[in-house]
Design a protein around this ligand. Structure first.
Ligand code: GDP
Length: 448
Protein backbone atom coordinates (compact mmCIF):
# COMPACT_ATOMS: atom_id res chain seq x y z
CA UNK A 1 0.00 0.00 0.00
CA UNK A 2 2.58 2.56 1.07
CA UNK A 3 5.29 1.29 -1.21
CA UNK A 4 5.98 4.59 -2.98
CA UNK A 5 5.96 6.52 0.26
CA UNK A 6 8.24 3.96 1.88
CA UNK A 7 10.67 4.08 -1.03
CA UNK A 8 10.72 7.86 -1.04
CA UNK A 9 11.35 8.11 2.68
CA UNK A 10 14.04 5.45 2.51
CA UNK A 11 15.83 7.42 -0.20
CA UNK A 12 15.58 10.58 1.91
CA UNK A 13 17.08 8.88 4.95
CA UNK A 14 19.80 7.35 2.86
CA UNK A 15 21.05 10.84 2.02
CA UNK A 16 21.60 11.42 5.72
CA UNK A 17 23.72 8.36 6.24
CA UNK A 18 27.25 9.00 7.32
CA UNK A 19 26.59 12.59 8.37
CA UNK A 20 28.18 13.48 11.69
CA UNK A 21 25.68 16.17 12.55
CA UNK A 22 22.82 17.76 10.69
CA UNK A 23 23.06 21.36 9.59
CA UNK A 24 19.94 23.50 9.25
CA UNK A 25 20.34 23.10 5.50
CA UNK A 26 20.31 19.29 5.85
CA UNK A 27 17.16 19.48 7.94
CA UNK A 28 15.46 21.79 5.46
CA UNK A 29 16.35 19.55 2.55
CA UNK A 30 15.08 16.50 4.41
CA UNK A 31 11.86 18.26 5.38
CA UNK A 32 11.31 19.24 1.76
CA UNK A 33 11.76 15.69 0.56
CA UNK A 34 9.43 14.28 3.20
CA UNK A 35 6.86 16.90 2.24
CA UNK A 36 6.99 15.82 -1.39
CA UNK A 37 6.79 12.16 -0.42
CA UNK A 38 3.67 12.77 1.68
CA UNK A 39 1.96 14.93 -0.93
CA UNK A 40 2.64 12.34 -3.60
CA UNK A 41 1.08 9.73 -1.35
CA UNK A 42 -2.06 11.89 -1.34
CA UNK A 43 -1.86 12.97 2.27
CA UNK A 44 -4.06 16.01 2.86
CA UNK A 45 -2.20 19.32 2.74
CA UNK A 46 -2.99 20.58 6.28
CA UNK A 47 -1.81 17.25 7.66
CA UNK A 48 1.42 17.48 5.66
CA UNK A 49 2.04 21.03 6.85
CA UNK A 50 1.68 20.15 10.52
CA UNK A 51 3.76 17.04 10.07
CA UNK A 52 6.66 18.86 8.44
CA UNK A 53 6.56 21.68 10.96
CA UNK A 54 6.87 19.22 13.86
CA UNK A 55 9.61 17.18 12.23
CA UNK A 56 11.61 20.28 11.41
CA UNK A 57 11.24 21.75 14.87
CA UNK A 58 12.13 18.53 16.63
CA UNK A 59 15.08 17.77 14.33
CA UNK A 60 16.54 21.22 15.02
CA UNK A 61 16.08 20.86 18.72
CA UNK A 62 17.34 17.29 18.90
CA UNK A 63 20.15 16.78 21.34
CA UNK A 64 23.32 15.14 20.11
CA UNK A 65 22.70 11.56 20.99
CA UNK A 66 25.20 8.93 21.96
CA UNK A 67 22.98 6.08 20.90
CA UNK A 68 21.66 7.29 17.56
CA UNK A 69 23.38 8.84 14.60
CA UNK A 70 21.66 11.83 12.95
CA UNK A 71 19.94 9.72 10.31
CA UNK A 72 18.53 7.40 12.95
CA UNK A 73 17.46 10.37 15.00
CA UNK A 74 15.46 11.80 12.10
CA UNK A 75 13.89 8.40 11.48
CA UNK A 76 12.94 8.21 15.12
CA UNK A 77 11.27 11.62 14.93
CA UNK A 78 9.45 10.81 11.68
CA UNK A 79 8.33 7.51 13.16
CA UNK A 80 6.91 9.19 16.26
CA UNK A 81 5.16 11.84 14.18
CA UNK A 82 3.67 9.17 11.91
CA UNK A 83 2.35 7.34 14.96
CA UNK A 84 0.80 10.61 16.14
CA UNK A 85 -1.02 11.38 12.90
CA UNK A 86 -2.20 7.78 12.67
CA UNK A 87 -3.92 8.30 16.00
CA UNK A 88 -1.32 7.56 18.66
CA UNK A 89 -2.48 4.79 20.94
CA UNK A 90 -4.30 1.75 19.62
CA UNK A 91 -8.01 2.29 20.16
CA UNK A 92 -9.96 -0.82 21.11
CA UNK A 93 -13.70 -1.47 20.81
CA UNK A 94 -15.81 -0.27 23.71
CA UNK A 95 -18.31 -2.77 24.95
CA UNK A 96 -21.64 -1.84 26.52
CA UNK A 97 -22.16 -2.54 30.23
CA UNK A 98 -25.35 -4.39 29.41
CA UNK A 99 -25.43 -6.58 26.32
CA UNK A 100 -25.81 -6.28 23.47
CA UNK A 101 -23.08 -3.90 22.39
CA UNK A 102 -24.33 -2.16 19.26
CA UNK A 103 -21.88 -1.37 16.46
CA UNK A 104 -23.21 0.61 13.54
CA UNK A 105 -21.37 0.85 10.22
CA UNK A 106 -21.67 3.83 7.92
CA UNK A 107 -19.95 4.93 4.74
CA UNK A 108 -20.36 5.28 1.00
CA UNK A 109 -21.59 2.47 -1.22
CA UNK A 110 -18.67 0.32 -2.30
CA UNK A 111 -16.54 1.33 0.68
CA UNK A 112 -16.59 -2.29 1.80
CA UNK A 113 -19.15 -2.08 4.64
CA UNK A 114 -20.88 -5.36 4.01
CA UNK A 115 -17.61 -7.24 3.60
CA UNK A 116 -16.31 -5.51 6.70
CA UNK A 117 -19.40 -6.51 8.67
CA UNK A 118 -18.56 -10.16 7.95
CA UNK A 119 -14.88 -9.71 8.76
CA UNK A 120 -15.61 -7.96 12.04
CA UNK A 121 -18.19 -10.56 13.02
CA UNK A 122 -15.80 -13.42 12.30
CA UNK A 123 -13.01 -11.72 14.22
CA UNK A 124 -15.30 -11.08 17.20
CA UNK A 125 -16.59 -14.66 17.14
CA UNK A 126 -13.01 -15.90 17.16
CA UNK A 127 -12.43 -13.75 20.23
CA UNK A 128 -15.23 -15.41 22.14
CA UNK A 129 -18.24 -13.24 21.26
CA UNK A 130 -21.64 -14.13 19.79
CA UNK A 131 -22.20 -11.41 17.23
CA UNK A 132 -25.33 -10.95 15.14
CA UNK A 133 -25.31 -9.16 11.80
CA UNK A 134 -28.20 -6.88 10.88
CA UNK A 135 -29.16 -6.06 7.30
CA UNK A 136 -30.34 -2.47 7.49
CA UNK A 137 -29.19 -1.72 3.96
CA UNK A 138 -32.47 -2.10 2.12
CA UNK A 139 -31.43 0.37 -0.56
CA UNK A 140 -29.00 -1.50 -2.73
CA UNK A 141 -30.41 -4.43 -4.65
CA UNK A 142 -29.00 -7.67 -3.25
CA UNK A 143 -27.47 -6.01 -0.20
CA UNK A 144 -29.49 -8.23 2.14
CA UNK A 145 -28.55 -11.35 0.25
CA UNK A 146 -24.90 -10.28 0.16
CA UNK A 147 -24.90 -9.90 3.93
CA UNK A 148 -26.51 -13.30 4.29
CA UNK A 149 -23.78 -14.87 2.17
CA UNK A 150 -21.08 -13.10 4.16
CA UNK A 151 -22.73 -14.15 7.41
CA UNK A 152 -22.83 -17.75 6.35
CA UNK A 153 -19.17 -17.69 5.41
CA UNK A 154 -18.32 -16.08 8.74
CA UNK A 155 -20.50 -18.57 10.58
CA UNK A 156 -22.65 -15.91 12.27
CA UNK A 157 -26.36 -15.25 12.47
CA UNK A 158 -27.87 -12.60 10.17
CA UNK A 159 -31.03 -10.69 11.05
CA UNK A 160 -32.88 -9.51 7.95
CA UNK A 161 -36.46 -8.83 6.91
CA UNK A 162 -38.17 -11.87 5.40
CA UNK A 163 -38.12 -11.68 1.62
CA UNK A 164 -41.51 -10.46 0.45
CA UNK A 165 -42.53 -9.50 3.98
CA UNK A 166 -42.94 -5.95 2.77
CA UNK A 167 -40.74 -4.63 5.56
CA UNK A 168 -38.90 -1.89 3.77
CA UNK A 169 -38.04 0.29 6.70
CA UNK A 170 -34.39 -0.04 7.71
CA UNK A 171 -34.98 1.90 10.92
CA UNK A 172 -37.59 -0.61 12.07
CA UNK A 173 -35.36 -3.55 11.09
CA UNK A 174 -32.48 -2.12 13.07
CA UNK A 175 -34.69 -1.40 16.09
CA UNK A 176 -36.27 -4.85 16.08
CA UNK A 177 -32.89 -6.51 15.72
CA UNK A 178 -31.79 -5.31 19.15
CA UNK A 179 -34.77 -7.03 20.81
CA UNK A 180 -34.05 -10.15 18.82
CA UNK A 181 -30.37 -10.09 19.82
CA UNK A 182 -31.33 -9.79 23.47
CA UNK A 183 -33.77 -12.68 23.15
CA UNK A 184 -31.21 -14.90 21.43
CA UNK A 185 -28.43 -13.81 23.77
CA UNK A 186 -26.10 -12.26 21.27
CA UNK A 187 -23.66 -9.96 23.01
CA UNK A 188 -22.85 -7.86 19.94
CA UNK A 189 -25.01 -6.48 17.14
CA UNK A 190 -23.40 -5.17 13.98
CA UNK A 191 -25.74 -2.99 11.93
CA UNK A 192 -24.88 -2.62 8.24
CA UNK A 193 -26.46 0.54 6.79
CA UNK A 194 -27.07 1.73 3.25
CA UNK A 195 -24.56 3.88 1.46
CA UNK A 196 -24.82 5.94 -1.71
CA UNK A 197 -22.27 6.53 -4.41
CA UNK A 198 -21.76 10.04 -3.17
CA UNK A 199 -22.60 12.04 -0.07
CA UNK A 200 -26.35 12.52 -0.07
CA UNK A 201 -28.74 14.20 2.38
CA UNK A 202 -31.31 11.40 2.34
CA UNK A 203 -28.68 8.77 3.15
CA UNK A 204 -27.33 10.85 6.02
CA UNK A 205 -30.83 11.30 7.41
CA UNK A 206 -31.51 7.58 7.25
CA UNK A 207 -28.23 6.75 8.96
CA UNK A 208 -29.00 9.35 11.63
CA UNK A 209 -32.48 7.83 12.15
CA UNK A 210 -31.00 4.36 12.54
CA UNK A 211 -28.48 5.79 14.98
CA UNK A 212 -31.27 7.32 17.06
CA UNK A 213 -33.24 4.08 16.99
CA UNK A 214 -30.44 1.79 18.18
CA UNK A 215 -28.16 4.11 20.20
CA UNK A 216 -24.91 2.52 19.05
CA UNK A 217 -22.00 2.07 21.43
CA UNK A 218 -19.68 2.50 18.47
CA UNK A 219 -20.36 4.09 15.09
CA UNK A 220 -17.64 3.09 12.66
CA UNK A 221 -17.04 5.02 9.48
CA UNK A 222 -15.85 2.67 6.75
CA UNK A 223 -13.71 4.23 4.06
CA UNK A 224 -11.97 2.92 0.98
CA UNK A 225 -8.32 3.90 1.32
CA UNK A 226 -8.02 4.01 -2.45
CA UNK A 227 -10.28 7.02 -2.99
CA UNK A 228 -7.47 9.42 -2.19
CA UNK A 229 -8.25 12.98 -1.14
CA UNK A 230 -12.00 12.32 -1.32
CA UNK A 231 -11.65 10.24 1.80
CA UNK A 232 -11.12 13.35 3.86
CA UNK A 233 -14.16 15.24 2.51
CA UNK A 234 -16.35 12.15 2.81
CA UNK A 235 -15.20 11.60 6.38
CA UNK A 236 -15.97 15.18 7.24
CA UNK A 237 -19.47 14.87 5.73
CA UNK A 238 -20.23 11.73 7.74
CA UNK A 239 -18.80 13.29 10.87
CA UNK A 240 -21.21 16.23 10.47
CA UNK A 241 -24.18 14.20 9.22
CA UNK A 242 -24.12 11.12 11.43
CA UNK A 243 -21.11 11.41 13.68
CA UNK A 244 -18.79 8.48 14.25
CA UNK A 245 -16.45 7.13 16.91
CA UNK A 246 -13.85 5.30 14.88
CA UNK A 247 -12.61 4.70 11.36
CA UNK A 248 -12.15 1.48 9.42
CA UNK A 249 -9.84 1.61 6.41
CA UNK A 250 -10.54 -0.87 3.66
CA UNK A 251 -8.63 -2.00 0.58
CA UNK A 252 -5.24 -1.36 2.11
CA UNK A 253 -4.06 -4.13 -0.20
CA UNK A 254 -4.57 -1.81 -3.16
CA UNK A 255 -1.51 -0.30 -4.75
CA UNK A 256 -2.82 3.24 -4.49
CA UNK A 257 -1.02 5.92 -2.60
CA UNK A 258 -2.94 5.53 0.62
CA UNK A 259 -2.78 9.07 1.86
CA UNK A 260 -6.33 8.67 3.11
CA UNK A 261 -5.01 6.47 5.85
CA UNK A 262 -2.60 9.13 6.88
CA UNK A 263 -5.13 11.95 6.83
CA UNK A 264 -8.50 10.75 8.11
CA UNK A 265 -7.58 10.23 11.74
CA UNK A 266 -5.85 13.57 12.04
CA UNK A 267 -8.52 15.55 10.17
CA UNK A 268 -11.51 14.05 11.97
CA UNK A 269 -9.95 13.48 15.36
CA UNK A 270 -11.33 9.92 15.30
CA UNK A 271 -9.01 6.98 15.48
CA UNK A 272 -8.54 4.25 12.93
CA UNK A 273 -9.64 1.05 14.65
CA UNK A 274 -9.48 -1.64 11.99
CA UNK A 275 -7.86 -2.20 8.65
CA UNK A 276 -9.07 -4.42 5.89
CA UNK A 277 -6.60 -5.64 3.31
CA UNK A 278 -8.16 -8.13 0.95
CA UNK A 279 -11.36 -9.75 -0.21
CA UNK A 280 -11.15 -12.76 2.07
CA UNK A 281 -12.81 -12.66 5.49
CA UNK A 282 -9.48 -13.16 7.24
CA UNK A 283 -7.88 -10.18 5.53
CA UNK A 284 -8.60 -7.98 8.49
CA UNK A 285 -6.86 -6.76 11.61
CA UNK A 286 -7.09 -4.37 14.48
CA UNK A 287 -5.21 -1.20 13.56
CA UNK A 288 -2.11 -0.25 15.51
CA UNK A 289 -0.69 3.19 14.65
CA UNK A 290 2.80 2.27 15.82
CA UNK A 291 2.95 -0.87 13.76
CA UNK A 292 1.68 0.88 10.66
CA UNK A 293 4.27 3.65 11.06
CA UNK A 294 6.95 1.03 11.46
CA UNK A 295 5.82 -0.67 8.28
CA UNK A 296 5.81 2.57 6.33
CA UNK A 297 9.37 3.23 7.44
CA UNK A 298 10.49 -0.22 6.32
CA UNK A 299 11.19 -1.20 9.91
CA UNK A 300 8.92 -4.16 9.60
CA UNK A 301 5.98 -5.22 11.67
CA UNK A 302 7.41 -7.92 13.81
CA UNK A 303 4.60 -7.78 16.37
CA UNK A 304 1.93 -8.59 13.80
CA UNK A 305 4.17 -11.30 12.42
CA UNK A 306 4.51 -12.83 15.88
CA UNK A 307 0.75 -12.68 16.43
CA UNK A 308 0.13 -14.43 13.14
CA UNK A 309 2.78 -16.99 13.95
CA UNK A 310 1.14 -17.64 17.31
CA UNK A 311 -2.13 -18.31 15.56
CA UNK A 312 -0.64 -20.72 13.08
CA UNK A 313 2.39 -22.27 14.73
CA UNK A 314 2.14 -25.06 17.18
CA UNK A 315 3.54 -23.74 20.43
CA UNK A 316 5.32 -26.92 21.39
CA UNK A 317 7.18 -27.24 18.14
CA UNK A 318 8.16 -23.58 18.15
CA UNK A 319 9.57 -23.91 21.66
CA UNK A 320 11.53 -27.02 20.65
CA UNK A 321 12.95 -25.23 17.66
CA UNK A 322 13.95 -22.19 19.70
CA UNK A 323 15.78 -24.42 22.14
CA UNK A 324 17.67 -26.12 19.35
CA UNK A 325 18.70 -22.80 17.93
CA UNK A 326 19.84 -21.46 21.27
CA UNK A 327 21.62 -24.52 22.54
CA UNK A 328 22.85 -26.23 19.40
CA UNK A 329 25.56 -28.77 20.03
CA UNK A 330 25.59 -32.49 19.52
CA UNK A 331 22.23 -34.21 19.31
CA UNK A 332 20.58 -30.83 19.32
CA UNK A 333 21.54 -29.62 15.85
CA UNK A 334 19.00 -27.95 13.61
CA UNK A 335 18.35 -30.57 10.93
CA UNK A 336 16.87 -30.70 7.46
CA UNK A 337 13.80 -32.28 9.00
CA UNK A 338 13.41 -29.22 11.26
CA UNK A 339 13.97 -27.05 8.20
CA UNK A 340 11.13 -28.84 6.46
CA UNK A 341 8.80 -28.57 9.46
CA UNK A 342 9.48 -24.85 9.65
CA UNK A 343 8.72 -24.44 6.01
CA UNK A 344 5.43 -26.27 6.37
CA UNK A 345 4.49 -24.00 9.26
CA UNK A 346 5.44 -20.90 7.31
CA UNK A 347 3.32 -22.15 4.43
CA UNK A 348 0.31 -22.19 6.75
CA UNK A 349 0.77 -18.47 7.42
CA UNK A 350 0.20 -17.61 3.81
CA UNK A 351 2.30 -16.06 1.10
CA UNK A 352 6.01 -15.91 1.84
CA UNK A 353 6.23 -12.45 0.30
CA UNK A 354 3.63 -11.06 2.72
CA UNK A 355 5.52 -12.57 5.64
CA UNK A 356 8.94 -11.34 4.59
CA UNK A 357 7.67 -7.81 4.12
CA UNK A 358 6.84 -7.69 7.82
CA UNK A 359 10.49 -8.24 8.73
CA UNK A 360 12.69 -5.26 9.46
CA UNK A 361 15.08 -4.08 6.76
CA UNK A 362 13.34 -5.90 3.97
CA UNK A 363 12.30 -2.68 2.19
CA UNK A 364 15.36 -2.66 -0.02
CA UNK A 365 14.72 -6.22 -1.12
CA UNK A 366 11.17 -5.56 -2.21
CA UNK A 367 11.71 -6.53 -5.82
CA UNK A 368 13.34 -9.83 -4.92
CA UNK A 369 10.55 -10.52 -2.44
CA UNK A 370 7.90 -9.79 -5.04
CA UNK A 371 9.50 -12.32 -7.34
CA UNK A 372 9.34 -15.11 -4.77
CA UNK A 373 7.34 -18.04 -5.96
CA UNK A 374 5.60 -19.86 -3.13
CA UNK A 375 5.82 -23.08 -5.12
CA UNK A 376 9.57 -22.98 -4.51
CA UNK A 377 8.86 -23.89 -0.88
CA UNK A 378 6.82 -26.86 -1.99
CA UNK A 379 9.72 -28.06 -4.15
CA UNK A 380 12.10 -27.83 -1.21
CA UNK A 381 9.68 -29.84 0.90
CA UNK A 382 9.42 -32.42 -1.90
CA UNK A 383 13.20 -32.76 -2.10
CA UNK A 384 13.55 -33.22 1.65
CA UNK A 385 10.78 -35.81 1.51
CA UNK A 386 12.96 -37.73 -0.94
CA UNK A 387 15.74 -38.07 1.65
CA UNK A 388 16.21 -40.79 4.22
CA UNK A 389 15.87 -39.92 7.92
CA UNK A 390 19.65 -40.26 8.31
CA UNK A 391 20.24 -37.78 5.52
CA UNK A 392 17.80 -35.31 7.01
CA UNK A 393 19.47 -35.68 10.40
CA UNK A 394 22.98 -35.18 9.06
CA UNK A 395 23.03 -33.65 5.57
CA UNK A 396 26.84 -33.89 5.51
CA UNK A 397 26.53 -37.53 4.49
CA UNK A 398 24.77 -36.61 1.25
CA UNK A 399 27.43 -37.60 -1.27
CA UNK A 400 27.32 -37.86 -5.07
CA UNK A 401 25.39 -41.09 -5.34
CA UNK A 402 22.90 -40.03 -2.67
CA UNK A 403 22.35 -36.76 -4.51
CA UNK A 404 21.62 -38.61 -7.74
CA UNK A 405 19.14 -40.85 -5.96
CA UNK A 406 17.32 -37.99 -4.23
CA UNK A 407 17.18 -35.99 -7.48
CA UNK A 408 15.70 -38.90 -9.32
CA UNK A 409 13.20 -39.61 -6.58
CA UNK A 410 11.95 -36.05 -6.33
CA UNK A 411 12.09 -35.32 -10.05
CA UNK A 412 14.61 -32.46 -9.99
CA UNK A 413 18.14 -31.84 -11.29
CA UNK A 414 21.11 -32.81 -9.10
CA UNK A 415 22.11 -29.14 -9.07
CA UNK A 416 18.99 -28.28 -7.09
CA UNK A 417 19.92 -30.74 -4.37
CA UNK A 418 23.33 -29.10 -4.10
CA UNK A 419 21.73 -25.68 -3.88
CA UNK A 420 19.31 -26.77 -1.20
CA UNK A 421 21.99 -28.37 0.96
CA UNK A 422 24.26 -25.34 0.59
CA UNK A 423 21.42 -23.00 1.47
CA UNK A 424 20.54 -25.12 4.46
CA UNK A 425 24.09 -24.92 5.86
CA UNK A 426 24.13 -21.20 5.21
CA UNK A 427 20.78 -20.73 6.96
CA UNK A 428 21.94 -22.80 9.91
CA UNK A 429 25.02 -20.66 10.25
CA UNK A 430 22.98 -17.44 10.22
CA UNK A 431 20.51 -18.82 12.74
CA UNK A 432 23.33 -19.78 15.05
CA UNK A 433 24.72 -16.28 14.84
CA UNK A 434 21.34 -14.79 15.59
CA UNK A 435 20.71 -17.17 18.43
CA UNK A 436 24.15 -16.42 19.85
CA UNK A 437 22.85 -13.22 21.35
CA UNK A 438 21.34 -10.29 19.59
CA UNK A 439 24.70 -8.54 19.92
CA UNK A 440 25.21 -8.75 16.19
CA UNK A 441 22.20 -6.56 15.64
CA UNK A 442 23.43 -3.64 17.73
CA UNK A 443 24.98 -0.62 16.16
CA UNK A 444 22.08 0.50 14.07
CA UNK A 445 18.52 -0.08 13.14
CA UNK A 446 18.11 -2.77 10.55
CA UNK A 447 18.49 -1.43 7.08
CA UNK A 448 20.50 1.55 8.18
P1 GDP B 1 -20.47 -1.78 0.60
O1 GDP B 1 -21.23 -1.23 -0.56
O2 GDP B 1 -19.87 -0.66 1.42
O3 GDP B 1 -21.25 -2.71 1.46
O4 GDP B 1 -19.21 -2.53 -0.01
P2 GDP B 1 -18.96 -4.10 -0.24
O5 GDP B 1 -18.71 -4.77 1.05
O6 GDP B 1 -20.01 -4.63 -1.12
O7 GDP B 1 -17.56 -4.03 -1.01
C1 GDP B 1 -17.42 -3.46 -2.30
C2 GDP B 1 -16.34 -4.24 -3.05
O8 GDP B 1 -15.08 -4.07 -2.46
C3 GDP B 1 -16.59 -5.73 -3.07
O9 GDP B 1 -16.27 -6.20 -4.36
C4 GDP B 1 -15.61 -6.28 -2.05
O10 GDP B 1 -15.21 -7.61 -2.36
C5 GDP B 1 -14.47 -5.32 -2.18
N1 GDP B 1 -13.69 -5.19 -0.94
C6 GDP B 1 -14.13 -4.93 0.31
N2 GDP B 1 -13.10 -4.82 1.18
C7 GDP B 1 -11.96 -5.03 0.46
C8 GDP B 1 -10.56 -5.04 0.78
O11 GDP B 1 -10.12 -4.83 1.91
N3 GDP B 1 -9.70 -5.30 -0.25
C9 GDP B 1 -10.14 -5.51 -1.52
N4 GDP B 1 -9.23 -5.76 -2.46
N5 GDP B 1 -11.45 -5.51 -1.85
C10 GDP B 1 -12.35 -5.27 -0.88
Amino acid sequence: MFDTLSDRLAATFKNLRGKGRLSDADIDATAREIRIALLEADVALPVVKDFIASVRERARGAEVSQALNPAQQVIKIVNEELVTILGGETRRLRFAKTAPTVIMLCGLQGAGKTTLAGKLAKWLAKNGHQPMLVAADLQRPNAVQQLQVVGERAGVVVYAPEPGSGVGDPVKVAKDSIEEARRRQHDIVIVDTAGRLGVDAEMMQQAADIRDAVSPDEILFVVDAMIGQDAVTTAQAFLDGVGFDGVVLTKLDGDARGGAALSVAKVTGRQIMFASNGEKLDDFDAFHPDRMASRILGMGDVLTLIEQAEQHFEAEQTAKMAEKLLKGGKGNEFTLEDFKQQMLQVRKMGSLGKILKMLPGMGEMKDQIDSIDDKELDRVVAIINGMTPAEREDPKIINGSRRARIAKGSGVEVGEINQLVDRFFEARKVMKQMAGGLGGMKGGMPGM
